[in-house]
Each structure stands twice: as C-alpha cells, then as structure tokens.
Ligand binder design. Structure first.
Ligand code: ADP
Ligand code: MG
Length: 345
C-alpha cells in the first residue's frame, strides 16, 4: 500500500499553517502570550514586560531575482521585512540573527555588499545583529529572526477590531507592486533587445525603491507611543491589503467594508498602472510588499490621531461578522474582497 500523499496545493500556505498548529496543540509554557497566528510571537519575561519573536525568509527565485536586486538592497530588505512584523505588534525591534544559504556563484564582494545593507538597516531601526549561520545552498537564501520588546499592555494584536471601528492604513499602497511590474517589464525588454539595452528607470525611482528597499514603519509606532495612541488591532501589509484585511477580520471575528476610492495611491504607482493599461486599485488591493500598517481604531479616537498629525487615512469600517469582507468600488458596487496574495504552493 502506498502512503498517503496530499499535495501542499490542496491546503495552500495558510491551510497548511492551520494544520501545523493543530498538530502542535496549544503552547504548554504559560509565559507564551501569543503563539503562531499573529505577526510575531509574544512571551512574558517580567511583570508587564514581553519579548516578541518573528522569522521571515527571502529566497532567490521566489522573493527576489538577482538580475535586478542589488546585494545591499537585499540585505536591507531582509531586515526590514522582519522589523515590520515586530512593528505590526506595536513593539520595538532589538536583536537579530541571520541564517544564510549561499550558492557558488556568489562572491566575497557580493557578500560584503549584502552586509553593508544589513548594517544600514540595523542603524536605521536600532537593531543589533548578534549571530547567524552560514551554509552552502542551491539558491541564495536569507532567513532572519528578530527579537523585539514591549510593555505587555502596549502590544496590539490582529484580534482586537470590533464592528464600527474605522479601518486605517499608513503611507500609500501598491507602490512595491508597481516597482516589481517595472522591473519585470524592463527585464523582458532587455531580453528581447539583447546586449547594450539601457533601461530608463528614472521616472519610477520611488516605486522601484519601494520594491527593492522597503522601509519598516518604526517611525509610526514611535510616534504613537509619544502621542499616547494605541490602535485596537494591527497588522503589517506584506501580502497585499485584501489578504491582510481578511487576516485581521478572521482573528477579530468581524467583517469589513473597504472603500476603493479611499485607498491612498502615489502618482508614480498610478503612472505605472496607466502605462500597462491596468487598474491601479488592483495594485493597491492585491499588490504585496508595501510593509505599511493596517489598523482598526474606535471612531472616538479619530480626533486624537488627527491632532497628533499621525500618518494615516481611513479606508473603511469594520462590520458585523456575517457581512463578510467587502470592497465598495468607486462606482458604488459592493463585492466580496477575497485574499489573493502570492501562491506558494
Ligand atoms: P507574516 O506575513 O506576518 O510574516 P505569516 O503569514 O508568514 O505572517 O505567518 C502567519 C503565522 O503563522 C505567524 O504567526 C507565523 O509565525 C506562523 N507560521 C508560519 N509558518 C509557520 C511554520 N512553518 N511553523 C510554525 N508557525 C508558522
Ligand atoms: Mg506580518
């Protein structure tokens, strides 16, 4: 008899994680405040003091293509995407380790450049790289782990949103996807034109930077702490807004209505969509890797954020769970908002 073989594609990434969680069962250690299921794990280290722990990998051929990803940017991005998951708990990043898988076609000079980017991220985010691991590999792989710190009462989970809360985002959306779009398009042009092709990236520098060297919003969390602001629920936007709204609603037990007309979109992002004849709202809803923050806020807190000059826009409201997660198009049509992130399996 052949053993059962269920393809991973049958469960998908999140179905698989749910299955793994069932196998693990609930954490036995009572200092664990939050196990898997949020942006980072949370465990108590002292009365009202917690540490946060998160890990995220960047794999060549899946997350980046070395033909257009400068090594220094890759190092910066590997750190920033992990810092973003600590920020997504309203906490402060402190320490990191990095496990590297390095193929033969990577040079010492490339590794040095990679580490200069890592150093820049450490300086920017107050992070210290305290160790790691180095091994051979078929493709370049970076797996970063970051530890953060917070007061227990300041930590914000995905699960705190309530019907009636406002849904807000920081910065603007869809830019990292627009950057990727330009890189892939220019790569195709270069392949067709052959040697000597010179792409002109200058009109798209902002969206390219968003794709190649995203920033984590440590500034937002620092501003909230200083202004006494604490959202009710929080998640970072790594897999696209639609996916993150669904995660937040699922964990909070509520629905949501997102207004497409309210989505913050930069001019360069609009220009890229226009150039490719595509709908820019699709970039903002489904494009990944923006690393902005999505949060839920009681309406009564709105004046406080406005007075503090916080960086945010209201994009919708949390609704009753039975209403589901919906998007209202600029034409006023209401459609279900399905998560459509990157399909790993
Ligand atoms: P994020 O996009 O914020 O990095 P993910 O979608 O990668 O979050 O993961 C969702 C949750 O599942 C996180 O709490 C993460 O720690 C957990 N998780 C993901 N993969 C695994 C795994 N292989 N084993 C245990 N937990 C996992
Ligand atoms: Mg996250």
């Amino acid at each position: 008899m052949t053993p059962d073989f269920t393809p991973l594609s049958e469960l998908g990434e999140f179905g698989l994680i749910d299955r793994l969680q069932d196998t693990l069962g609930a954490p036995l250690d009572e200092t664990v405040v939050q196990g898997l299921g949020d942006d980072a794990a949370v465990y108590r280290v002292a009365e009202d003091r917690v540490h946060l722990l998160t890990t995220d990998a960047l794999i060549e051929g899946i997350h980046f293509d070395r033909t257009y990803m400068p090594m220094a940017y890759l190092g910066f991005k590997a750190m920033a995407v992990n810092v973003s998951d600590i920020v997504a708990m309203n906490a402060v990043p402190r320490y990191a380790t990095l496990a590297l898988g390095v193929p033969h076609n990577v040079s010492v000079e490339m590794m040095t450049a990679l580490y200069s980017g890592i150093q820049q991220a450490c300086a920017a985010y107050g992070l210290t790289l305290v160790g790691g691991d180095t091994t051979g590999a078929r493709a370049l792989m970076l797996t970063v782990t970051v530890v953060g710190e917070a007061e227990q009462g300041r930590v914000v989970y995905r699960s705190g949103a309530r019907p009636g809360d406002l849904l807000c985002v920081t910065g603007h959306l869809g830019a990292a996807y627009a950057g990727l779009k330009m890189l892939l398009w220019e790569k195709e042009q270069a392949e067709q034109a052959g040697e000597g092709y010179q792409p002109d990236f200058s009109p798209f520098s902002e969206v390219l930077e968003r794709q190649l060297r995203p920033r984590a919003r440590t500034d937002v969390v620092a501003h909230w702490a200083q202004a006494g602001i604490q959202p009710r629920a929080l998640i970072d936007i790594s897999d696209g807004l639609a996916s993150e709204v669904n995660h937040l609603c699922r964990r909070s037990g509520c629905g949501a209505r997102v207004r497409a007309a309210a989505l913050p979109i930069a001019l360069q992002t609009r220009a890229v969509a226009e150039r490719h004849g595509e709908d820019v709202d699709t970039y903002a809803l489904f494009g990944g890797e923006d690393y902005e923050l999505l949060f839920a806020l009681p309406e009564t807190d709105l004046p406080k954020l406005e007075t503090a000059g916080a960086d945010f826009v209201v994009i919708g409201t949390c609704t009753a769970p039975e209403d589901g997660v919906e998007v209202e198009t600029p034409e006023g049509e209401v459609l279900p908002l399905m998560p459509q992130g990157y399909t790993h399996f």
